[in-house]
Design a protein around this ligand. Structure first.
Ligand code: N2P
Length: 357
């Protein structure tokens, strides 16, 4: 039997030859499919609720490409992913303080202004901020605030202070952001401190306050919209757009910026240095800045537009929304989160300890 399946040298050579050919074909095909896919694909990594199907499909159709949208819940999650070597993303949307951190860590590509011909459509008010003084790396996408959303048909007492989140009567009725800067920030503000404090004693007091609060909190969650709409919570520490979107479905939902003060943010469009499709990413940025497109983004996200000419396309109720465009006095009372360098680790630790409690 063994004799029957033995091959002579010549036969073995032919078999090897055929096998090598098959292997080459296989590798070639995989490489081609890989290139074919990725050449025409824009990979976006952003916050939930930031890119609508309409915006995605509009870009796909006009530019003949595929757009993939993946989401993260916090700036720190985004950073961790990039640091861990995620290299497929072409567009990311870090907030202000994270832009400055990423510039410093050399994670962002310098933008080619010649390719962003709509740059001059952006209001100077949102440009040249502390986190990227010449906007070499970032383009403002949306701006907003953090505050308290509450269902006024259930909560009838006055809501104007972060204190409501320490009131035993509200036990298990509210959610807090799951964010290592925003949530310690609430405790810091309530204590009368800056949400960028580097004073370890102040941070310690904030930690204790959050630990006291721990068993009153129903859930730590960054996307409060669904919780509010479903009635799972009747109050939430959340970002403004999430509150306004929830109010579209449940008009009794109101939003306030507490009297102790809060945070404001600009979320930005950036291209990671490792982006595979830098050219296409620039086209996307330029597309977002078209007034009609920008108006659609603002209508969908319910955050403010940084493109004044987009206002011509906005529904009246958004234009006149006093909480999307708060008064100068309110804006001046709000703090920006700042990159705290090495001290950031202390906030991470505090946050881990609060949640583990
Ligand atoms: C996404 C809100 C993100 C705002 N729903 C935080 N900068």
């Amino acid at each position: 039997m063994i004799k029957n399946i033995a091959f002579n040298t010549q036969q073995l050579k032919s078999i090897l030859h055929v096998l090598t050919l098959i292997l080459c074909l296989f590798i070639g095909t995989v490489a081609l499919i890989g290139c074919g896919d990725s050449q025409n694909q824009l990979n976006i990594f952003t916050w939930p609720g930031y890119i609508s199907d309409e915006i995605r499909a509009g870009f796909e159709q006009e530019f003949g490409v595929k757009v993939i949208v993946d989401t993260y819940g916090s700036n720190e999650d985004l950073l961790a992913k990039l640091k861990a070597g995620a290299s497929g993303y072409d567009i990311i949307m870090p907030s202000d303080y994270m832009v400055s951190k990423m510039i410093q860590m050399e994670l962002l590509a310098k933008l080619d202004r010649d390719k962003i011909t709509n740059y001059d459509k952006i209001s100077p008010f949102y440009l040249d901020k502390y986190f990227d003084p010449k906007n070499n790396y970032s383009i403002p996408y949306t701006f907003g605030t953090a505050g308290i959303a509450y269902d006024s048909s259930v909560i009838t007492s006055v809501v104007d202070s972060w204190n409501v989140f320490w009131d035993i009567k509200n036990k298990n009725q509210f959610s807090m952001l799951d964010d290592q800067r925003e949530t310690p920030g609430v405790a810091l503000k309530l204590l009368g401190y800056s949400l960028n404090t580097k004073d370890i004693d102040q941070l310690q007091q904030a930690k204790e306050k959050l630990i006291q609060q721990r068993n009153l909190v129903k859930q730590y969650k960054n996307e409060a919209e669904e919780l509010l709409i479903s009635g799972d919570v009747v109050m939430a520490h959340c970002w403004s757009g999430d509150a306004f979107r929830a109010a579209e479905k449940r008009p009794s939902i109101k939003y306030v910026i507490p009297k102790e003060g809060s945070s404001q943010f600009i979320d930005n469009v950036c291209i990671p240095k490792s982006a595979p499709h830098i050219e296409l990413a620039h086209k996307f940025i330029n597309y977002l800045l078209r007034p009609e497109i920008n108006a659609k983004i603002s209508t969908f996200t319910m955050y403010g537009t940084c493109v004044p000419s987009a206002k011509a396309y906005l529904p009246k109720k958004l234009l006149e929304h006093k909480d999307i465009y708060p008064s100068k006095e309110t804006m001046d009372s709000l703090e920006w989160l700042k990159d705290l360098g090495d001290f950031t680790q202390k906030y991470s630790r505090v946050w881990d300890e609060v949640k583990a409690n």
